[in-house]
Design a protein around this ligand. Structure first.
Ligand code: HEM
Length: 459
């Protein structure tokens, strides 16, 4: 492999010192948090294993050290609860869904929901994902030669997958209205409110939040209504269809509110994350010709049509390595944040109760002393034997510990199927005037529509 692509990243922040912030540093930090939290990081953050800092009287610890991460998220996970800033953004929508529930409520929900994500259950969704992906590939092939906004197209595709696997075309759902609600929510949410950044108490009303509250209430009503219809008349003319997430959650013994919270959680946690990863992957491939040629050769040679799509990853190791490298460079869930309940010692440093422990996978995945050529796109790191050289807990696109992503298997399977179906039929070439820059909202997004020229590969 001769050509190595160095994909875009935001500029480093410049601080006057390390650890102790001056008023101008505060301003740099606050501005970046509002504009693009990736711009908070200075060059030194990519070298430091552990960095304590204080902002407006609150202690934080940036942790890039795999052993220290393991300590906080696995060995002593009980001492680290969900971070209040993240909860302020997500809880109004997801309430006691798995992503935002805490304590006993979370434990009960995780136990109830786990059987929904067994390999057997997840694999059963593969044919539906393939059908949707083949349709999308045909639609792209039909606009041969045109430039399409790939970021939006992937949002639409993964939303179709989730709506199908959540509700399998249930007529009680007005899909157009629901899709519109989700798109509205994506437009208006995802940035922490300035009052939350300033740690103002939750009872103070947040100006400008009325609109998102209205959209959220509408989505909740729609999901609750579909769930109620299904509960009252389970599986009427649904013979032949595999169980969808709604069937599985109703069968797991959750009450109506918990079913709604978790359906919306699967949507929120599984939709944009997967869409962004796919868009970044297509962009990276278009910029790295040799990597793409190798991927196309692999996909063309694999006997995909003779095999259950759930097993495609086993036939496509290079494709899987490309996805993993894309998730390293652009982890679509870029921040794992917790807050300590009691005093602790982490990597020899005292951590008072109430400290925010911040694991930025953006930083971790580019640490200078962990990764060779950390900013370069090199899928071979994850290919074959090479993958065994990656240190434990240095690569965490799906998190770790008891709260590791429950949908990781689903997401990886989906991305392999989508890429295989699309790239068998079409090729995407980046057509923007400048490269997309990564921006952190809740997910790590490209700051443009990722315009790509589509060309059909096969009939
Ligand atoms: C590329 C796609 C995805 C990425 C990068 C991703 C990443 C993550 C990460 C990092 C976490 C842990 C968050 C933390 O510890 O604070 C998480 C949790 C979670 N994810 Fe995913 N996810 C993806 C797709 C999915 C899908 C497809 C689903 C469901 C269909 C899903 C459902 C969840 C849920 C329910 C949790 C909360 C688990 C818990 O707290 O018990 N995710 N995800």
């Amino acid at each position: 492999m001769t050509e190595v692509f160095q994909p875009p990243k935001p500029p480093y922040a410049v601080y006057s010192g390390i650890g102790k912030l001056t008023p101008s540093d505060y301003w740099t930090y606050f501005r970046a948090m509002r504009r693009n939290p990736l711009e908070v990081w200075g060059e030194h953050h990519f070298r430091i294993r552990i960095a304590p800092f204080r902002f407006l009287g609150r202690s934080s610890l940036i942790v890039n050290d795999p052993d220290a991460i393991h300590h906080c998220f696995v060995s002593r996970s009980g001492n680290y609860g969900m971070n209040p800033l993240r909860q302020a953004v997500l809880r109004p929508f997801l309430r006691d869904g798995l992503l935002t529930a805490e304590g006993e409520v979370w434990k009960t929900a995780r136990k109830a929901v786990s059987p929904v994500f067994t390999p057997r259950r997840v694999n059963a969704f593969a044919p539906q994902i393939r059908t949707i992906s083949e349709d999308a590939a045909d639609a792209f092939a039909a606009v041969d030669g045109r430039v399409v906004p790939v970021s939006r197209a992937m949002v639409d595709l993964t939303l179709d997958v989730l709506i199908e696997t959540l509700f399998s075309g249930d007529e009680a759902l007005d899909k157009a209205a629901f899709t519109q609600g989700i798109h509205k929510l994506l437009e208006i949410s995802g940035i922490p409110h300035p009052f939350d950044l300033l740690h103002l108490p939750g009872w103070i009303p947040r100006p400008g939040q009325g609109r998102s509250r209205k959209v959220i209430a509408g989505l909740r009503r729609q999901v609750a209504a579909v769930a109620a219809v299904r509960r009252a008349a389970p599986a009427p003319d649904r013979a032949g269809r595999p169980a969808d997430f709604l069937d599985l959650l109703l069968g797991a013994g959750l009450d109506d509110t918990a079913v709604t919270d978790n359906l919306l959680t699967f949507l929120a946690a599984g939709h944009e994350t997967t869409a962004r990863s796919l868009a970044w992957t297509l962009y990276l491939l278009s910029r790295a010709g040799e990597v793409r040629t190798r991927l196309e050769t692999e996909i063309d040679a694999a006997p995909l049509d003779d095999c259950d799509p759930a097993a495609w990853a086993g036939l496509l190791p290079w494709t899987e390595a490309v996805i993993k490298e894309s998730l390293r460079l652009y982890p679509s869930a870029p921040m794992l944040a917790r807050t300590s309940k009691e005093r602790d010692i982490v990597a020899g440093l005292p951590v008072p109760a109430g400290t925010d422990v911040l694991v930025s996978t953006w930083l971790l995945h580019r640490q200078r002393d962990i990764w060779a050529e950390p900013d370069a796109f090199r899928p071979e790191r994850f290919h074959g034997e090479n993958a065994t050289a990656i240190p434990r807990d240095a690569y965490l696109p799906f998190g770790l510990g008891p709260r590791v992503c429950i949908g990781a298997r689903f997401a990886m399977m989906e991305m392999v199927i989508v890429l295989a179906c699309l790239l068998r039929k079409v090729r995407f070439d980046y057509a923007g005037e400048r490269d997309p820059r990564p921006v952190m909202r809740i997910t790590l997004q490209p700051d443009n529509a990722v315009p790509m020229r589509v060309s059909a590969r096969k009939g």
